[in-house]
Design a protein around this ligand. Structure first.
Ligand code: MF3
Ligand code: CO
Length: 291
């Protein structure tokens, strides 16, 4: 049995305010939605304002590192060169690249070229050439707080088909962002992402999704971009998660390279694109805190 928190007791969120002046109304609203049948996230995953500020500091570094990549990426460099930039620019700012040693991952960043869907491992042998598209996925730990975002880059002139894939995938993320509203289910966001990809003749990878983030690299919930409207956990103020659909030019089928255990490729060998942002659900919509 758990004792009900008193209205004059300190709030569970750690703000130091009385419960009645802090999360009492929030909890009542969550309970009402729970009774209506909505899935709700464990409340220890709801970020306090203090945590949000710390996580945003991590995000600022993540964005700066991606800006550095954006300003330097070009044909003729290796993906290992990108790994060096990300490592050095992150460490120079007093932070740690989150991928390094994460579940045995050997590098500081993921670099996914053309038909690589995600988790491409940087290599001296992989040289970027005119016409390539590449996703650079950067994640940062700063004072123990996590951030995560990724961008696509077109190397020189790319084919109109690839350009469209890259642009439509970015639009998918923007449409997803527009569907992030408190007290609505997260499945509405994933559904809108999927619809936009399908409307453009593309497919969305089903097996790999996004995630909550902040105090850990990957927190609940797991986030689908092929979800059904009305499904999934209720988005509530203070919730934080990534929008990072993988959009394929051909079929959505994928396979994971068993020799390195990481690289995910399209089954049909056609290109794949991905952009990733981290959003914070607010009282009246959402705040894109990492892009
Ligand atoms: N950055 C990826 C994500 O968006 C996770 C990569 S895990 C790694 O969730 F180990 F491959 F880096
Ligand atoms: Co992510």
């Amino acid at each position: 049995m758990a004792l009900k928190i008193g209205r004059n007791d300190p709030c569970w969120c750690g703000s130091g305010k009385k419960y009645k002046k802090c999360h009492e109304n929030f909890d009542a609203k969550v309970e009402m939605y729970r009774q209506k049948g909505y899935a709700v996230l464990d409340r220890n995953l709801i970020k306090t304002p203090e945590q949000v500020e710390k996580i945003k500091e991590s995000c600022r570094i993540n964005v700066a590192v991606l800006d550095y990549v954006e300003n330097h990426i070009r044909a003729g460099i290796s993906t290992q060169e990108i790994d060096r930039w990300v490592h050095d620019e992150t460490v120079r700012r007093g932070a740690i690249p989150a991928p390094l040693d994460f579940e045995g991952y050997p590098k500081s960043v993921c670099t996914s070229v053309n038909q690589v869907v995600c988790h491409g491992i940087p290599s001296e042998d992989e040289i970027l050439k005119e016409g390539d598209i590449i996703n650079v996925d950067v994640s940062t730990i700063y004072h123990g707080y996590y951030s995560d975002s990724s961008r696509m880059f077109c190397i020189g002139q790319v084919s109109p088909e690839k350009k469209k894939l890259v642009e439509v995938t970015k639009e998918c993320v923007e449409i997803g962002i527009s569907k992030v509203r408190p007290w609505t289910p997260i499945g509405n966001m994933g559904h809108a992402v999927h619809e936009h990809a399908l409307a453009n003749g593309f497919s969305v990878v089903k097996e790999i999704g996004g995630h909550g983030i902040g105090l850990d690299f990957h927190e609940d919930p797991w986030v689908s971009y092929t979800s059904v409207e009305g499904s999934g956990v209720l988005m509530v103020p203070g919730m934080m998660f990534t929008i990072e659909p993988m959009v394929n030019m051909g079929s959505g089928e994928i396979w994971t390279d068993e020799t390195d255990g990481w690289t995910v490729r399209t089954a049909d060998g056609l290109p794949s694109a991905q952009w990733e942002v981290t959003v914070l659900v607010t009282e009246d919509g959402c705040d894109v805190i990492c892009w």
